[in-house]
Design a protein around this ligand. Sequence first.
Ligand code: IMP
Length: 190
Amino acid sequence: MSEVASVLFGREDIRRRVEELGRSITGDYEGREPVLISVLKGGSMFLADLMRSIALPLEVEFMAISRYGNATESLGRVRILMDMRGDIVGRHVIVVEDIVDTGLTLSYLITTLRARGPESIAICTLLDRSVRRIAPIDVRYVGFDCPDRFVVGYGLDHRERYRNLADILAVPDVAALERDPGALTPLLAG
Ligand code: IMP
């Protein structure tokens, strides 16, 4: 394993936990047809696995958003870079996220979605870094509690790299990765 990062959540643990989340959602939404909204790009790998673990008819939509500056500067204001195609009036929406950190981005997004008239909205995140939460948001489904360390892999990036790592790695020294952004390349497809 690299000195720059170590495995925080391995692929087998992720697989098992995602299946559990899928079973919970299947039970909670029995008789309904939820719309899963994936927030690009980080949530895409989680969505791909999660949706296969949900034994219900469902729809999938994608949105891409970007913050103005960092979370605190922007007060969570986000710009919608790509909106979903369908509408969510009267629908049961589940927003699928990679990680909820300050919660600012997501709370703004939820306000935007709520104005579109869904029957319900729930949040499902793979990682919850609740120690950094600023905006109080109700996260119904959490894969893992995440320590206060930068993470990459399984959809999460560092400067757009490493989304394709199968495990989730913690990067204790982000400055080292900044100095050598390719340091984790040997771990890809490993
Ligand atoms: P929040 O508004 O602070 O909750 O921002 C959450 C977003 O920041 C996530 O959807 C990720 O895209 C990104 N993010 C937060 N922490 C990390 C991390 O440790 N690695 C990679 N991306 C992260």
